[in-house]
Design a binder for this molecule. Structure first.
Ligand SMILES: [Zn+2]
Length: 408
């Protein structure tokens, strides 16, 4: 119980500290619990498809947020009785702080200081969304085929977590898509259910009246919901409001910023400075498909892109399976920890036995779909090993932090 409450608190703090209003992302606020919006379901799936952005959070705000309002000279608001969702709505209109400006300039160097320094948090989020919309855009032809297949465009974007392209989604079997999307809908229902559990203890309205609960037995169990926190966004990542394992540490404004900058640097070190970063699974992301936390980062370079070693110093190369390559850093030679870095789904792998930073390791392959289709899966493991953890239905996060690749 204690752990559950702590996780919930953390979730709530991140979302609002990050300056992103979950309520207002669709441009319209939900004022009451019965304003929860239902999205159209794909493929005649009978489960409700909740727009979790419209769930209104009636818990009272904490002191940290009261102080922000006072700093902003907004003490006229009744801060003692303010609800979390009301606070988020106010906060998104505020001009961003220095930290947020620096963050935007680092992730999006095309922006100028003069321009971004007058933005509100809402405007920042709109920019992040527009960049992601561009990166994950489908062609007109794909749109027509997805809709003809019965898959909504929103759901198609979610499916990119499991398929390398919209084309692959179009070609996938209906039963496979129904299974993935049913788990996704159920996960959103479970989250509202979980919020409701807290609400009920405050004698609030039942958020879920009319919803069919637990209709799908293959759902992420409620028992593990506190292993994950919901994060509002991660730059160049297709899935806002995704659930990420608490052990990944992606659970506050500062860490989201730090990790996303590290992830972009990693992408550029691997695929070159001119490549546009695109992530289809971040470290610890909850995968309803593999029923666990993702043990690595999935990075999408262009097809056949050359992969350069991002690890500094001398690394020993191992090739434990047909498309895997491991760069091992031995602590007695040139790093402070024994670490093994995994590059999965590769082709044309190097035959060198040792490499340094920038050495070509091979090419991004076009392999696998259980893990996200054509992408490079990059993971870090503790020790000099050739076996990697993968999501394995236990809701733990066992791999090492891959964002810290540059410090080993
Ligand atoms: Zn992966």
């Amino acid at each position: 119980m204690k752990k559950i409450m702590k996780t919930l608190l953390v979730t709530c703090v991140i979302i609002s500290m990050f300056g992103v209003s979950v309520i207002a992302q669709n441009g319209k606020s939900a004022k009451k619990n019965d304003d929860i919006k239902y999205l159209e379901s794909s493929l005649d799936i009978k489960l409700k498809n909740i727009d979790s952005n419209t769930v209104y959070d009636t818990r009272k705000i904490k002191n940290i947020k009261k102080n922000i309002l006072i700093d902003e000279k907004l003490e006229a608001y009744d801060t003692d009785n303010m609800e979390v969702s009301e606070y988020r709505e106010i906060q998104q209109k505020l001009i961003i702080d220095k930290e947020q400006i620096e963050f935007m300039l680092q992730i999006y160097p095309e922006l100028s200081y003069e321009h971004v320094s007058t933005w509100s948090y809402e405007e920042c989020q709109e920019y992040i969304d527009s960049v992601n919309d561009r990166i994950f855009a489908s062609t007109e032809g794909e749109k027509v085929q997805l809709l003809a297949k019965g898959v909504t465009l929103n759901d198609a974007r979610y499916l990119l977590k499991y398929y390398d392209s919209y084309e692959a989604v179009i070609e996938a079997s209906e039963s496979e898509l129904i299974e993935i999307l049913s788990n996704y809908y159920q996960f959103k229902i479970d989250f509202v259910d979980y919020m409701n559990y807290v609400e009920e203890s405050n004698n609030q309205n039942n958020l879920l009246s009319g919803l069919v609960l637990k209709a799908n037995a293959a759902t992420p169990p409620n028992a593990y919901i506190d292993n994950y926190v919901q994060i509002p966004s991660f730059p160049y990542y297709a899935y806002p409001n995704d659930y990420v394992h608490v052990d990944a540490g992606t659970d506050n404004q500062y860490t989201i910023r730090t990790q996303s900058i590290q992830a972009v640097n990693l992408f550029h070190d691997i695929f070159g400075q001119s490549a546009t970063p695109k992530f289809t699974n971040i470290w610890g992301a909850y995968s309803s498909y593999s029923k666990g936390a993702h043990e690595g980062i999935d990075m999408v370079g262009s097809s056949g892109a050359s992969i350069k070693n991002p690890i500094s110093g001398t690394g020993i190369v191992k090739t434990p399976s047909s498309s895997a390559l491991v760069v091992q850093k031995d602590s007695t030679v040139s790093s402070s920890y024994d670490r093994s870095f995994f590059f999965l789904h590769m082709t044309n792998r190097t035959t060198l036995s040792s490499v340094s930073k920038g050495t070509s390791l091979g090419k991004q392959g076009n392999v696998g779909n259980g893990d996200g289709g054509a992408h490079l899966h990059f993971a870090a493991e503790k020790g000099l090993v050739t076996g990697t953890h993968s999501a394995k239905n236990n809701h733990n996060l066992d791999s090492a932090n891959p964002y810290s690749y540059s410090i080993y």
